[in-house]
Design a protein around this ligand. Structure first.
Ligand code: ADP
Ligand code: ASP
Ligand code: MG
Length: 452
């Protein structure tokens, strides 16, 4: 039995948290591989640093060093502290070299990936040394050491699952076979030409899923700071409740459309190998958490969980002939997708095509659409600052009156619906409202279907 255990930023954010996590690892039966995030706040700090690297180099190193050494000094003494420092000092020097590499800063498109990946390189050292201090054989592995291979554009990488399987099958599997617990850096992988490539913010969940896939794990556990996958974001909805069981389809829809408890792509790598995933609370290890797998016990909950994806824009593209010339739809969509930006929803009418994309992608998308012939595209309207509401529930496609019930709650929140996507997924019903009304809509839906 091999369990891949991922611990998020708050779970490794203090000496007490690291001790708690080390006990969880120690108490887990069978073989284990651990994946960690940076300590909470560190990645945000590094993102800030990137905006002014030459100015802040020494200050950055000092703050960074102090934050990690404060935790190390609270956790370790004597020989253990010395052993920790032996690993810590060269890593800090390597970080220094990155900050002073002006050539890379100016010319390497993956420079920000490299700087922001630094947090995980140090949290993994802290946890691995804590495990060793408890007598558990452990080694801290960077994604480079472990063989986590990535492909894609800067800040938006994905795991190369085949290459990860080949590389980790040699490097990491051997470590595990010897009964040593590897503590692997989350958040990033390495490209074939040795660039550091991050998986997007919150990417350690996804990194752990890639590791689980590569090692053919029996279980992936995502340890975080809430009791499991909940019926809504507990920061928005006070009455949110924990869900016991979900399917891959349900969890992936919600994660993709805004449930920040899992990185949007976490489910893909584990679903491919039918590896069950649990979301658990590292502050309450006695709680069973949420089990996510292919199937679950049937329930009859119209709405099981609701999420909101914010900062989106609707492009409404007018073309009088769309209905008669399907090639126009194809041309428009291929222009929009040229840069590989996400399209969150599509809807058509006789003479318009509405496409939902991220606010940040609008400018470049409009530029590309400008290349199309005037006879193909007559006009484009942009409605910015929209939010997509994703409702996941049972029998959404087969229950008469579901939409009426759901949109009734939206009406109660006095929100206007700008776009609807229903029928595309058997497990979810999505619609778009103005962003400033999204939280009211989520609360109204949750109140009507979950709390009442
Ligand atoms: P970590 O650092 O462990 O990765 P994150 O902050 O990324 O933790 O994710 C956990 C947070 O996700 C929770 O504290 C919670 O506020 C938020 N969240 C949003 N939607 C949900 C949901 N549906 N269920 C549980 N938590 C959610
Ligand atoms: N440390 C990274 C971030 O803050 C990755 C993660 O926490 O999942 O985005
Ligand atoms: Mg996270």
């Amino acid at each position: 039995m091999l369990t891949v255990m991922k611990f998020g930023g708050t779970s490794v954010g203090s000496p007490e948290a690291i001790e708690r996590v080390a006990k969880i690892v120690a108490g887990t039966e069978g073989k284990k591989a651990v994946v960690v995030s940076a300590m909470s706040g560190i990645t945000n700090f590094l993102v800030g640093v990137c905006k002014d690297v030459p100015g802040l180099r020494e200050e950055t190193l000092k703050t960074f060093e102090e934050k990690h050494l404060a935790v190390a000094n609270a956790l370790f003494q004597g020989e253990r502290l010395e052993a920790f420092m032996k690993d810590f000092t060269p890593r800090l020097e390597a970080f220094r070299a990155v900050l002073y590499d002006d050539d890379a800063r100016l010319n390497d498109p993956y420079y920000v990936d490299n700087v922001t990946s630094q947090g995980e390189r140090f949290s993994s050292l802290l946890l691995s040394h804590k495990l060793q201090d408890m007598g558990i054989p452990s080694v801290a592995l960077t994604s480079e050491d472990a063989g986590v291979t990535a492909v894609g554009r800067p800040l938006n990488g994905e795991g190369d699952l085949a290459a990860c399987g080949r590389n980790m099958g040699v490097n990491t599997a051997l470590v595990i076979a010897k009964g040593i617990v590897p503590v692997i850096t989350g958040f990033y992988g390495v490209t074939a030409d040795h660039h550091v490539l991050t998986f997007g913010r919150g990417g350690s969940d996804y990194a752990a899923a890639v590791v689980a896939n590569a090692l053919n794990a029996d279980m992936l556990e995502i340890w975080t700071d809430v009791d499991g996958f909940m019926s809504a974001d507990p920061r928005i909805v006070k009455g949110a409740v924990k869900i016991d069981e979900m399917t891959y389809a349900e969890a992936s829809e919600l994660a993709y459309f805004g449930a920040k408890v899992l990185h949007p792509r976490t489910i893909e790598p584990v679903r491919k190998k039918h590896i069950p995933l649990k979301v658990r609370n590292s502050f309450k290890p006695e709680e069973p958490g949420t089990l996510i797998s292919q199937f679950r016990k049937p329930k009859n909950e119209l709405l099981r969980s609701v999420a909101a994806k914010t900062d989106l824009s609707i492009l409404t593209i007018g073309s009088p002939e769309i209905a008669y010339r399907p090639d126009i739809t194809a041309k428009i969509l291929s222009k929009i997708s040229e840069n590989n930006d996400a399209i969150y929803s599509i809807s058509t009418s006789l003479s318009t095509l509405a496409v939902l994309i991220h606010n940040n992608d609008v400018k470049d998308t409009l530029k590309r659409l400008n290349d199309l012939e005037d006879s193909d595209v007559e006009r484009i309207d942009v409605t910015a600052d929209m939010a997509l509401i994703c409702c996941v529930g049972d029998n959404l496609m087969t229950t008469v009156g579901v939409s009426g019930e759901i949109f009734g709650a939206v009406k109660d929140a006095q929100a206007n619906v700008n776009m609807i996507s229903e029928g595309a997924s058997a497990v979810s019903l999505n619609f778009v409202v103005p962003m400033d009304q999204a939280m009211a809509v989520v609360s109204a839906l949750h109140h009507k279907f979950v709390e009442e």
